[in-house]
Write a protein that binds this ligand. Structure first.
Ligand code: ZN
Length: 235
């Protein structure tokens, strides 16, 4: 079984009726609902306002793959929680960073760059193109899928060169964006996936769910072993 922790900031849902209409159980609830129906996945959820952000050491240690959604309160995540999650990735935990999580402390900590981008919130259509049809994360998706209304994200996306580019999004305005990117950090795999604005029902889209389920399986740890700096004897 792959043990997944869905972390959601959870603040938009508390203050906005519009967001609650789209995600009555929270964005974490919507993500956990479709992941929880998979036979090889167990899911728990955690939010910013839970004690210790819902991510005490024992929860992080018991997580194979973490999903991260945040937007308006990135700065409220304590640095010690960020360090705990980053260390887990280095030791082998998978991390899937969704949408506005591009500016989360943990993603910027792991990338080491500003992770900024251009954006426009007018509900344009996005066509998400598969770059690598042979990759495990793109299985079940044809050449592309369409999302009727999204927040436009645009290049330049100030991240390190992805080790694997899996999806490119194109928008009605002609913008393009690297919508699905993979990196290794230590023993862990980090996947950034762009769809998922809080006022659009994007996490109910079958293609988006397919990609996230594929990514959970792909990002599951191969090993879980903290990186140390040992003195070694000559063999
Ligand atoms: Zn957004």
């Amino acid at each position: 079984m792959i043990k997944v922790t869905v972390w959601n900031e959870g603040r938009h849902e508390k203050i906005s009726e519009e967001v609650r209409r789209v995600y009555p159980d929270g964005i974490h609830g919507a993500l956990a609902a479709f992941l929880g129906t998979e036979e090889d996945i167990t899911v728990r959820t955690a939010t910013l306002d839970d004690p210790d952000c819902g991510l005490p050491q024992e929860v992080v240690d018991d997580t194979d793959v973490m999903l991260w959604w945040g937007h308006m309160a990135h700065g409220d995540v304590p640095d010690e929680v960020v360090e705990r999650v980053a260390n887990a990735v280095h030791a082998g935990m998978g991390l899937i960073v969704l949408h506005s999580g591009h500016h989360s402390k943990v993603f910027r900590r792991l990338m080491g760059t500003p992770c900024s981008l251009g954006w426009r919130e007018n509900g344009d259509m996005e066509r998400v193109w598969v770059v690598d049809p042979a990759h495990p994360i793109t299985q079940g998706i044809d050449r592309y899928f369409e999302l009727p209304h999204v927040e436009t994200y645009a290049e330049p996306f100030s991240v390190p060169e992805p080790e694997k580019l899996l999806f490119i999004g194109s928008y009605e305005g002609g913008e393009v964006f690297r919508s699905g990117c993979l990196w290794r950090r230590g023993h862990g795999t980090v996947f950034y996936f762009q769809p998922g604005h809080e006022t659009f029902p994007i996490y109910y889209e079958p293609a988006v769910q397919t990609v996230i389920k594929n990514a959970v399986r792909y990002c599951a740890p191969v090993i879980r072993q903290p990186i140390t700096c040992p003195h070694i004897e000559k063999i």
